[in-house]
Design a protein around this ligand. Structure first.
Ligand code: HEC
Ligand code: HEC
Length: 302
């Protein structure tokens, strides 16, 4: 009997230890560079990463006014994008480069807690170290915006940030995007822009019950963040999308016009605003990569 109790107690301690280890915020996978970034290059990274889509203060004409406050309603609760302007008190003006990389590439805040994946660090984790450094330099040049976003309204148990460690254990893939030498430089650039910066899969994929991307439907369409309907399947599994040429995709990312012709609306219109600011060669690279995606059936309608 005593042996069993000791055995059970040991298991409980091991279990707690494992839970503690799993949920502990981790940043060891981040590669950092130790030279000051290039702000001019960082502007391209900022646009490719679509930071303005979420962090520009609502109602602001200047998309570089990153005072935050935009609202994201999800089934887990309501999130507000924080102020990431260089304002020292209300934004991230007092942050070091290390704090910035921890947030962007590990979803870990300066006080050592987890961010919610409403902030797509699951994509930015794949960013090249030099790009993160350049982005940091660019963001330092932006206007400091006063004021803070309202606190998130998240329901129990999702309000327990520590528990997000389990979510990251399941869904945060920290592997870097390797260059595929069998493919062209254009394709590789496109893959990096689509998977490492553009976070296209965050909206164009179905999700599991726990809110992670369902790999079976990555890029095959998912719930529309604007509330109604679904986002389109971007693989040849969609008969309609299979007919799009590379030039059609480039046109959409430049002007927002589909071959129908129709103009995309809502959150995709915001994506187009960012993509239209990139060099044309980058939009062509993204189209090249998207045209190479394997066919996947669209997720079943819920
Ligand atoms: C889809 C919307 C979205 C996009 C795109 C986005 N963010 Fe965020 N970001 C958020 C949300 C929501 C949070 C807050 C998460 C939380 O409360 O846990 C956040 C948090 C942050 C934080 C932490 C700020 C703080 O005060 O703790 C930083 C830094 C940040 N984002 C930078 C960026 C950068 C840089 C980009 C572009 C490369 C970016 N974000 C793109 C939604 C977004
Ligand atoms: C914030 C969510 C979101 C993100 C991020 C996003 N999209 Fe979209 N996308 C949408 C929505 C919603 C639509 C449908 C818009 C409409 O019909 O008005 C759409 C439509 C499209 C279409 C038109 C397809 C068709 O069959 O009509 C293409 C192509 C597309 N997106 C490509 C991309 C690419 C490439 C990226 C990454 C750079 C991306 N999207 C990122 C939400 C998003």
């Amino acid at each position: 009997m005593r042996k069993i109790l000791i055995g059970l107690a040991t298991l409980a301690v091991l279990g707690l230890g494992a839970a503690w280890w799993i949920t502990e915020p981790k940043t060891d996978h981040i590669a950092r560079v130790f030279a000051i970034g290039d702000a001019k290059r960082g502007e391209l990274v900022f646009n490719a990463g679509g930071c303005a889509s979420c962090h520009t203060s609502p109602g602001q004409d200047n998309r570089l006014w990153l005072g935050g406050g935009m609202k994201f309603a999800t089934e887990f609760g309501t999130f507000f994008a924080p102020n990431i302007s260089p304002h020292v008190r209300d934004g991230i003006g007092g942050w070091s480069y290390e704090m910035f990389t921890n947030a962007l590439q590990a979803g870990v805040s300066p006080d050592g807690s987890h961010y919610y994946p409403a902030f797509p660090y699951t994509t930015y984790v794949h960013m090249r170290p030099q790009d993160v450094s350049d982005l940091f330099a660019f963001m330092r040049t932006l206007p400091p915006a006063e004021g803070r976003a309202p606190p998130n309204q998240v329901k129990f148990p999702f309000d327990q940030r520590r528990a997000l460690g389990f979510w990251k254990f399941l869904y945060l893939d920290t592997k870097q995007i390797a260059n595929d030498p069998a493919k062209s430089a254009e394709w590789n650039r496109g893959r990096y822009l689509v998977e490492g910066l553009g976070h296209c899969a965050e909206c164009h994929s179905a999700r599991t019950a726990l809110g992670g991307i369902d790999e079976a439907y990555r890029m095959a369409g998912g719930p529309n963040p604007d509330g109604k309907g679904t986002t389109p399947n971007l693989t040849p599994g969609s008969q309609a999308f299979a007919k799009w040429s590379k030039a059609d995709i480039v046109e959409l990312l430049t002007t927002g016009m589909t071959p129908d012709p129709d103009e995309v609306a809502g959150s995709m219109a915001e994506v187009v605003k960012n993509m239209s600011l990139l060099p044309k060669s980058d939009r062509e690279a993204m189209a090249e990569y998207i045209k190479s995606l394997p066919a996947k059936a669209s997720p079943p309608k819920k």
